[in-house]
Design a binder for this molecule. Structure first.
Ligand SMILES: Nc1nc2c(c(=O)[nH]1)N[C@H]1C(S)=C(S)[C@@H](COP(=O)(O)OP(=O)(O)OC[C@H]3O[C@@H](n4cnc5c(=O)[nH]c(N)nc54)[C@H](O)[C@@H]3O)O[C@H]1N2
Ligand SMILES: Nc1nc2c(c(=O)[nH]1)N[C@H]1C(S)=C(S)[C@@H](COP(=O)(O)OP(=O)(O)OC[C@H]3O[C@@H](n4cnc5c(=O)[nH]c(N)nc54)[C@H](O)[C@@H]3O)O[C@H]1N2
Ligand code: SF4
Ligand SMILES: [Mo]
Length: 874
């Protein structure tokens, strides 16, 4: 690659907002990234994860060579073995005994090839994806209501709406750039925002009304809305008559009184009536929904209950209106376009006879699957039962992210052949791989993705590949060729695959399917290389009120009010309801964000949010090590006692896993309960118990030596978590004795400073500081890891001076504004000195003025300390 500085436009590989990124590349290194001002999704903005992308392209921790049974090998040997195993299983047991498990983080071209191979040539539809855990309920709801999986809105609708309802969406953290667009629109023209979420989240900062409903009670809320709209003549009868079917039955089934709704949702009648009136009185309403809706045992019904309200008021297909399912992964939408899920065929076609025949003709395929295949949870159950005998996992980490992860691990261990394609060497899933294939990652690979608002954008190559890593589409084509399908998989580059995908979308498509990329089907390779973000369909979906159903009418779906059932809820007495979700600065199982120490500044530990009443009952104090447990397993987290969760509810992050902590993979306690229509697991409601674990010794430690997860697991600790830092690793440990911990560390020479409550030690190897350890009996008196870093890199004399400073004088507080490195203590001191607003804090310290994601926390600190200041003044 070139040695001068190039500026290349590409797309962020994290969330479904799909921000355009401009990367500056010199000497095969990404030296800086900035938002692409010409990209319609972000218009130049990036959130903290996007802004840190350059740091994630460093090659540490990458899988660089194919491996068989843990031993390095060459591509030919590995590919021959994969093809041989798939062929052998199909010959002996038939195509239903093989499976692919894919990801919304693959590029469209990878996804297209995988789906074509499985559904067209191997003859099975056992190809599912982590989108099953993510978007499946929204997909099923769209298909029920519109006849096709089409998201009717785009981001400008959020800016044009007068009321935005965010249901089960923590947009401030999960879709930060769209959140900023909404926040700006609200400032400019007073958009009303309602947040429907059992928890207080950072998104509530812009909420005019927060409906902290009982978990799972969304259907009651939206059925109450439908009833209210109907009873008070807020229905668009003309739209209903001309363009829909099923209204009357739906209205009748929805019937629920305000009193009943208040009882079911736990909301006050006052708040409820406010919401109902606002919705009824506002013409331009967008209802955004995300995982609080989708990840539910009634996720599809929840989504249809929302869509029903938009159909009843004709608020769809118009500017500033519509139900808006926002996608999670960068290419969740692209995966849906190619038919990556077991329940679809390809290009928005189903398993009807006409579609099967059409696909057969287009692909010239010998063996098109004739019925849907196994959905993710069923696929892994079939694996455990021995029905599926070979699985190929690409771009996802199911040992962490599927519910009941212990049983997933058992299934992987039992399966005779597990093939895994990944970019990262050490993941919890790779442990079970018989054949490991190194995939090119972001910045190396080349292709396209589709974002939440249906913009197809290019991800472009910035760097040479790491080691022998190859693009996923290439790996798949090589295996296809070895299985005897060379001709159908003879692509030279992603441009050719994209062209075929676009042609299939247009093939015999006389307008029945809105997904149609005919305008991109004839692109040359150059045109593809230079393709600008491109939206389908060209016109606003459903602007003509013609839907993709056979009679062109949208369908109301009758939704009964009945309590949500969770498998483990039957036997609960005194159990708590565990909700799970995302942190601002981490991405899923941390394979990328976990390598950037700066992204641990806001939250560096997996915390369990618990209400003070529940904590008091269990004698749990803030910072305690707590064990969360049920019949499936147990995990250990750090208690965060807060009123942000309701009594009876808990919240934990999804990110930590065996590479980063001793036992914090939250899916170990999530039951495999799925929505009967979409097959999506209910990842937001697990019944658990929790208790405090005795750990009198709390330690924070920085070391320039690596300490493996395996070593830490053996050290008999009550808790450990690991943070990779610049040139060093940081450890958070809790235990009962110091000696096993010291034995983890290589030392020639140790300097200790002992006090009654604090033990501090510096280890040196060959006169160089090698590690630094602070220990107390209390979690809160430990220095932040930033501080440890500064100490360990300081000269010995500085270290003696600094480390003997009483704890109260050291800034041990966490970094609230990661962009400008502003700590909680500095912010607190500034507020106490008289600054009483987030805006002035920004002017004084710059905090909150770049990506804006910490503004919610700044506001909380202002509320907390400004009050203290007033009290002090009195
Ligand atoms: N920082 C960051 N951003 C991400 C990701 C990431 O890993 N990290 N992942 C991306 C992906 S793949 C996805 S799918 C999206 C997910 O984006 P979101 O869906 O916004 O994120 P979550 O935190 O999973 O859950 C959203 C909210 O649902 C609420 N909730 C739980 N139960 C209920 C309920 O019964 N009703 C209602 N109304 N709400 C409920 C939770 O309290 C939580 O605040 O984020 C994307 N963006
Ligand atoms: N309890 C609970 N569980 C959940 C959720 C929840 O809210 N609660 N959310 C669910 C949701 S919405 C999602 S999307 C999932 C996410 O869960 P996963 O999909 O398991 O999470 P990731 O860490 O993103 O896994 C991606 C893997 O692919 C690798 N990778 C990255 N890029 C590439 C590439 O180009 N090619 C290949 N071959 N590999 C690549 C990464 O190194 C990583 O190992 O978790 C789900 N699980
Ligand atoms: S909002 Fe999403 S797509 Fe945009 S920079 Fe952040 S993580 Fe990337
Ligand atoms: Mo997701």
């Amino acid at each position: 690659m070139s040695s001068r500085t190039d500026s290349i436009c590409t797309t962020c590989p994290y969330c479904g907002v799909g921000c355009g990124v401009k990367a500056r590349v010199a000497n095969n290194e990404v030296i800086a990234v900035e938002g692409d001002t010409n990209h319609p999704a972000n218009r130049g903005q990036l959130c903290i994860k996007g802004a840190n992308l350059a740091a994630t392209t460093a090659v540490t921790g990458r899988l660089k060579q194919p491996q068989i049974a843990g031993k390095p090998t060459d591509w030919d040997t590995a590919l021959d073995l994969v093809a041989g195993r798939f062929n052998a299983v199909i010959t002996e047991h038939g195509p239903e005994a093989v499976a692919f498990y894919l990801s919304g983080q693959l590029l469209t071209e990878d996804y297209y090839v995988a789906n074509k191979l499985m559904k067209g040539f191997l003859g099975s539809a056992n190809v599912d994806t982590n989108s099953r855990l993510c978007m499946a309920s929204a997909v099923a709801a769209h298909k029920r209501a519109f006849g096709e999986d089409v998201v009717p809105c785009d981001y400008t609708d959020l800016e044009e709406a007068d009321l935005v309802v965010l249901v089960g969406s923590n947009m401030a953290w999960a879709h930060p750039v769209v959140y900023q667009r909404l926040a700006v629109a609200r400032e400019l023209h007073g958009t009303r925002v309602v947040v429907v979420d059992p928890r207080v989240t950072p998104t509530c900062e812009i909420a005019d009304l927060h409906l902290a409903l009982n978990p799972g009670s969304d259907i009651d809320l939206f059925n109450a809305l439908l009833t209210h709209l109907s009873d008070n003549s807020h229905i668009d009868h003309s739209f209903i008559d001309k363009h829909t079917e099923g209204w009357e039955e739906t209205r009748d089934q929805a019937d629920i009184s305000i009193t009943q709704t208040s009882a079911a949702t736990g909301l006050t009648e006052h708040d409820l009536v406010n919401f109902l009136n606002w919705f009824a009185a506002t013409d331009r309403v967008v209802t955004v929904f995300s995982q609080g809706v989708n990840q539910s045992s009634r996720g599809t019904d929840k989504a249809n209950a929302i869509i029903n309200c938009h159909l009843a008021t004709g608020r769809i297909g118009r500017v500033g209106c519509g139900p808006f399912s926002i996608t999670g992964q960068p290419n969740a939408m692209g995966g849906r376009e190619v038919g990556g899920m077991a329940s679809q065929l390809a290009a928005h076609m189903d398993f009807d006879a006409d579609s099967i025949e059409r696909i057969r003709r287009f692909w010239q395929a010998p063996n098109v699957a004739s019925a849907p295949g196994l959905k993710a949870v069923d696929m892994f159950q079939a694996l455990e039962e021995g029905k599926v005998k070979v699985i190929w996992i690409m771009g996802t980490n199911p040992a962490v992210s599927l519910p009941d992860s212990e049983s997933v691990r058992r299934a992987l261990a039992a399966c005779p052949t597990v093939v895994v394609s990944d970019c990262t060497a050490a993941t919890d899933t790779n442990v079970y791989a018989d054949i490991l294939l190194p995939a090119q990652g972001w910045g190396e690979k080349d292709g396209s993705v589709t974002n939440s608002e249906r913009f197809v954008s290019r991800q472009r190559r910035l760097l040479p590949p790491s080691g022998d890593a190859m693009p996923d589409w290439w790996i798949l084509c090589q295996v296809a060729a070895r299985m005897g399908f060379a001709e159908a998989f003879n692509y030279a580059n992603p441009a050719q695959i994209f062209a075929e995908h676009a042609q299939l979308s247009a093939f015999e498509n006389n307008g029945e399917r809105l997904f149609n990329l005919s305008h991109l089907a004839g692109q040359t390779e150059d045109e593809y290389d230079n393709m600008r973000p491109n939206r389908w369909p060209k016109a606003r979906p459903f602007a003509d009120a013609r839907f993709s159903t056979p009679n062109r009418r949208a369908r109301f779906i009758p939704i009964k009010n009945k309590p949500i059932k969770n498998e483990s809820s039957g036997q609960n007495t005194g159990m708590l309801l565990l909700n799970t979700g995302r942190y601002r600065d981490q991405w899923h199982t941390m394979t990328r964000t976990g390598s950037v120490a700066d992204l641990f500044q806001d939250s560096w530990l997996p915390a369990l949010q618990i209400h003070p009443t529940d904590a008091a009952k269990r004698n749990i104090k803030n910072g305690d090590v707590v064990q969360v447990e049920n019949h499936l397993g147990h995990v250990r987290l750090i208690a965060d006692v807060t009123t942000d969760v309701k009594p009876g509810n808990l919240f934990a992050p999804i990110h930590w896993n065996d590479q980063f902590s001793g036992r914090a993979n939250i899916c170990q306690v999530i039951a495999s309960v799925t929505d009967p229509i979409s097959g999506q697991p209910d990842s937001k409601q697990a019944r658990v118990n929790c208790r405090s674990i005795e750990a009198p010794l709390r330690i924070r430690l920085a070391t320039t030596q690596g300490v493996s997860a395996e070593t830490l697991d053996k050290a008999e600790l009550q808790f450990w978590a690991r943070i990779p830092g610049p040139g060093m690793t940081f450890l958070e440990l809790a235990g009962t004795e110091l000696s096993p911990i010291l034995s983890l560390l290589d030392t020639c020479d140790m300097v200790t400073l002992e006090a009654v409550e604090h033990f501090r030690a510096l280890g040196r190897i060959a006169d160089q500081p090698a590690w630094l350890l602070f220990s107390t009996g209390a979690y809160c008196n430990l220095p932040s890891w930033r501080h440890l870093h500064a100490l360990l890199t300081a000269e010995t004399e500085d270290w003696r001076r600094l480390s003997s400073t009483p704890p109260g004088e050291v800034d041990t507080s966490r970094c609230v504004c990661t962009c400008f490195q502003v700590t909680e203590r500095t912010i607190q001191q500034t507020i106490m000195a008289g600054v009483d607003s987030v805006a002035v804090l920004g002017e004084t310290l710059s905090c909150g003025t770049n990506c804006g994601s910490c503004r919610h926390e700044l506001q909380k600190l202002v509320n907390k300390h400004a009050t203290k200041k007033l009290v002090a003044a009195v």
